[in-house]
Design a protein. Sequence first.
Length: 168
Amino acid sequence: MPALYLKTLTLILIKMKNVLIFFLIISFFSCEDPGGEKEFEGFQFSFSNATNKELNAKIIIAGKFNGVFIPTDSTTVKGIKAGINNSPPFFVDEKRWKPNLAKIINIPSDRCYFTLKLSDNRTEMVGRFQSSELFSLLVIDKSNFIGDEGDIIISITDEEITASTVAE
C-alpha cells in the first residue's frame, strides 16, 4: 500500500509542477510590452520652410470669443531651416509643448488657434492646409493632445502659413 501511495503522490506532484510552470509562463507573457510606439501628450511641431531664410518663430496659442482671438500661451522655436523638411521636429516625445488648455476653455472657447510671429517681422494667423479656414483644433477638456493629434506640420511660404496634424 505505501508504494501505491508514493506513486500516486508523485504523479500529483508532477501534475502540480506542470500546472505551476504553465501559470508562470502565462504570467510572464501577459506582462510583456504590447508593442507599438508610445504616445506622448502635448504639441510637436514640424516645419516646411519654403522661404529662402532660416527663421525663428514665436508660436502663440489662442481661443476665440465673439470673433476676438485671445492669446493664452506661447513658446519659441529657433532655427527653422530653409527648405522642405530640413528642420528636425521641435518639442519631441516627452518634451512636447503643453500649454494650459484650461485658459482656452475659460475664455470660453471650444477651439484653439495658432499665430506665428516670425523673425522676419511677419505675424500671421495659421491657416488650414489646402483650405480657406484658419487652422484650429477642438479642445474637449484641459488635457493636452496625444500622439498624432498633437503632431502639427506647419508650412511657411512667402504667401501664407498653413498647418495640419499628422492625424488628419
